[in-house]
Design a protein around this ligand. Structure first.
Ligand code: ADP
Ligand code: ASP
Ligand code: MG
Length: 835
């Protein structure tokens, strides 16, 4: 907090401070943009320009010094690069006739840098003090070159060394400002200076003894704010490479938007929690003087930018922005000995303060059993030593556990002044994170209710920020990321439907559905921006070889929000990996029946996993293809209805076969026709044996809660045993030989005026023929039955329930075919996306 007690009544009229960051002054082309902006500003008011080092130079200076300290002679090459970059800049920026004095200034400064590095190299030692001296040359060089550039233009400028204006303590690397002395110096200098334009290096200052210090990385913003506050400037402008403070870091969220107006407090919270666009201490001095801060884009000066000001801004949204900080360690002090004893937290925080460790976030369980503190992870070893030493006695006597340190964590924060008047913000935040499997390690909410912050794994940050951005800011759409396995008949149709509906989904359901991964049995293909669906076939052909486990691992590693895995294979191995996905909160939509008809335990475990991890496991197309059979059953059950009996014709294949067979064409040929028209499983025996129908009635029974296994379902098969052996070709040959058998079946029904239908039944109290609760078999159907008028590949399901006791609820329609099955899968995907 700056000390403003001794601040005099001095006020410089119409002063403005403009700060230009590293990218803005990275090269001659950019600096010329800066010059144009400043020349315009100067026409209005007296102007102080604060500049950073050329982009990247501070890091390069540090790497040279570190190399020298490590005894690595490469530091000389690095210094040459630094010199070269500045000399080239001067040559590109300043007319030849005026270059020489600037070039010799650069040479002189670079010689000093070299002398310092030679010293570091000889001593193999780099102190914080020397490091500050090293990095100061970045701003010293840039500011003097820029001042020289102004001399060649329309505005006369004066260069002033910030070390003569800003006084700090001698805490190198991040020195606290002594405001009384600083304000006096700034005031005194500008009171007498008559010029219109001043160029000042940011970031650097001097201790009371006159030794060079720095204000912390990113500190040029702070320099500008200190000067603006001391001068009671009209405005402070932070010119950077984005068009304002944004709702989230644009490098993480592609759809981040500029925030036109924001309060000081909100800006302070956002920058404190990682919004790098403003260095956190910057706001305080200007806020104390109510000086508006503009964040503007050097590369798009016409853009409005952001104004940070006093007034609370209402925009109908409780959240102003989202930010994150990486490299966080969570240290937890736990133990029963802490309960009810005052002073534990005081000692903890004192230990951290004495070790100069900054506390970023604090939470304490109401049981008082533990205190959790978020700190910068570079300090974690120091924190452990300090705290374990402070509590050595309590640890020894078992009252407190040794400090637990967890790393590779990050903090994400939601910020907004209006949060307090909007209940439910945290519910929405944690609900959205939970649905996407983001595990929250600790939570903190400021009592001002201006921010809610959570500690999560660093690997989850990008996903989490995007989820929250979508939840709180996207009025446009929610992004859904699909991974599809199996792109044969049904899969291709699904992709075509997705492509055709993309616009509709975006406009009517606000869903942006993207296919990120596609695989068939041979190849797999990924594209984080969404696969181009108009040429997926050729892209997939050139994809990498398919490996199921690496397909799954890639989905997990991509860690995208709202991910849905879609299985359109009939493959056993694919069905066995759903658990790995559900465990990571990735929803599964299966057309594949294997998982639901595998032993009950696996089916149940998948349902439980989905519930536990807040995602869905959907398989509507397992029964009746695109018909809403499972959905209807679930609607009945959820509304409290009870199933008395389900009777159904569930095999499109068998229906097709018995509708077309009348004893004239051979039975085997009718089956072949069904296969050719795509109405059978790849091995038609799965259909003809009734196995497929058994699976379907079992899935329906299981959905009602019955713990049914395949062995418990009776099957009165009509297929002679001779047909069920060998290959698919053998099957056709054997079937042709058994034509008499099929003819007899047909004649027996036809002579009684009936039709043949393969019927499945389930009744919790037992089906007609005994103790069995479920069974399938060929039946003679008379013309009064609901089953009689079934044509083509129709399916029909009759639900007899407490509410539909006599006249059943009927679901009827085509129960096979690629187009309808794909639309059933599509509907499940939308259900998964909307949850
Ligand atoms: P300068 O060198 O101009 O000081 P910085 O790199 O320090 O610029 O800060 C600007 C950068 O901050 C932007 O390029 C952007 O990537 C990043 N950034 C992080 N969070 C935000 C945010 N909420 N709004 C705008 N920019 C942000
Ligand atoms: N040049 C310094 C840094 O890179 C200060 C700044 O750019 O604000 O941290
Ligand atoms: Mg910056």
């Amino acid at each position: 907090m700056p000390d403003l007690k001794n601040y005099s009544s001095f006020q410089q009229k119409y002063m403005q401070v403009l700060k230009f960051g590293g990218t803005s002054v990275a090269n001659a082309e950019n600096i010329n943009k800066v010059v144009a902006i400043v020349e315009l500003a100067v026409q209005k008011d007296k102007t102080v320009v604060v500049v950073s080092a050329l982009g990247g130079i501070t890091d390069t200076l540090i790497s040279a010094a570190t190399a020298a300290a490590d005894g690595n002679e490469q530091y000389k090459d690095i210094l040459l690069q630094i010199e070269q970059r500045h000399l080239e800049l001067v040559k590109a920026l300043i007319p030849v006739t005026q270059q020489s004095s600037v070039l010799s200034m650069v040479k002189k400064q670079c010689n000093e840098i070299e002398d310092i590095c030679n010293g570091i190299f000889l001593l193999r030692e780099l102190s914080a003090r020397t490091k500050d001296r090293m990095v100061s040359y970045g701003e010293l060089l840039s500011s003097q070159i820029i001042a020289a550039r102004f001399k060649t233009g329309n505005a006369e400028s004066t260069w002033k060394d910030a070390r003569e204006l800003i006084v700090t303590n001698a805490e190198y690397g991040n020195a606290p400002v002594i405001f009384t002395a600083t304000n006096n110096k700034i005031e005194l200098y500008f009171e007498t200076a008559k010029q219109q334009l001043f160029i000042i290096p940011g970031f650097i200052a001097a201790s009371v003894e006159g030794i060079t210090t720095t204000l912390g990385r990113g500190g040029s913003d702070y320099t500008a704010a200190i000067i603006a506050a001391a001068l009671k400037a009209e405005t402070l402008e932070i010119w950077t490479d984005v068009s304002g403070m944004m709702t989230a870091d644009p490098r993480l969220v592609a759809t981040a938007k500029v925030i036109p107006r924001i309060s000081y407090q909100e800006a302070m919270e956002l920058s404190h929690f990682g919004a790098k666009v403003i260095y956190p201490p910057t706001i305080q001095p200007v806020m104390n003087r109510s000086i508006p801060v503009w964040v503007k884009n050097t590369f798009a000066p016409e853009d409005y930018g952001t104004v940070i000001e006093n007034a609370a801004v209402k925009n109908g949204n409780s959240i102003r922005g989202i930010s994150s900080i990486n490299k966080i360690a969570l240290v937890s002090l736990e133990g029963s000995g802490m309960v009810g004893i005052p002073g534990f937290s005081k000692r903890l925080f004192e230990a951290l303060a004495n070790a100069s460790i900054n506390v970023i976030l604090i939470t304490q369980g109401s049981s008082e059993h533990s205190i959790c503190v978020g700190i910068d992870d570079v300090h974690s070893t120091r924190a452990k030593d300090a705290i374990d030493t402070t509590f050595a006695y309590e640890i020894e006597t078992g009252k407190v556990e040794p400090l637990v340190v967890e790393t590779q964590l990050s903090i994400i924060a939601l910020v907004g002044d209006n949060m307090k008047s909007h209940p439910g913000t945290s519910g929405k935040m944690f609900g959205a994170l939970g649905r996407n499997g983001v595990n929250v390690r600790a939570i903190a909410q400021g009592s001002s209710e201006r921010n809610i912050s959570a500690v999560i794994a660093t690997a989850d940050v990008k996903k989490a920020i995007n989820i929250l951005h979508e939840e709180f800011f996207e009025t446009t759409y929610k992004q859904v990321n699909l991974f599809i396995t199996g792109v044969g008949n049904v899969g291709s149709k699904l992709i075509a439907q997705l492509q055709q509906q993309q616009n509709y989904l975006q406009h009517h359901l606000r869903l942006q559905v993207r296919v990120i991964g596609i695989a068939n049995s041979k190849k797999m293909l990924f594209n984080d921006d969404g696969i181009n669906l108009s040429k997926w076939k050729e892209l997939l052909q050139n994809g990498e070889p398919m490996n199921l486990q690496s397909f799954v691992t890639t989905i997990q590693q991509k860690n995208l929000r709202n991910s849905v895995f879609v299985d359109i294979t009939a493959n056993d191995a694919v069905a066995m990996i759903y658990d790995q996905l559900l465990q990571r909160s990735i929803s599964v939509v299966a057309c594949n029946k294997v998982a639901c008809s595998s032993p009950y335990e696996y089916y149940k475990s998948l349902k439980d996993l989905a519930r536990e991890h807040n995602c869905v496991f959907l398989f509507e197309t397992n029964v009746g293809a695109g018909l809403p059979v499972i959905g209807t059953l679930n609607d009945l059950l959820r509304s409290g209805d009870k199933i008395n009996k389900i009777e159904a014709v569930l095999s499109g294949t068998l229906n097709f076969v018995f509708n077309h067979y009348n004893g004239t064409t051979k039975f085997a040929d009718v089956v072949k026709q069904a296969q050719d028209e795509g109405y059978t499983e790849p091995d038609p025996r799965l259909d003809l044996s009734g196995t497929d129908v058994m699976r379907k009635i079992m899935i329906l029974a299981r959905e009602t809660g019955a713990q049914l296994e395949m062995e418990q379902i009776s099957n009165e098969t009509f297929m002679p045993a001779s047909c069920m052996k060998g290959s698919v070709a053998d099957f056709y040959t054997a079937m042709a030989k058994e034509e008499d058998h099929f003819k007899k079946l047909y004649d027996a029904a036809a002579s009684a005026g009936k039709k043949l239908k393969f019927v499945a039944s389930y009744a919790p109290s037992g089906i007609a023929n005994g103790a069995q609760v479920a069974g399938v078999g060929l039946q003679h159907i008379d013309p009064q039955s609901d089953f009689y008028h079934l044509y083509g590949k129709d399916n029909v399901v009759l639900f007899y329930t407490e509410r539909y006791p006599e006249q059943p609820l009927v679901v009827k329609g085509a129960g096979a075919g690629a187009e309808v099955t794909a639309s059933g899968v599509f509907a499940d995907i939308i259900r998964a996306a909307k949850m």
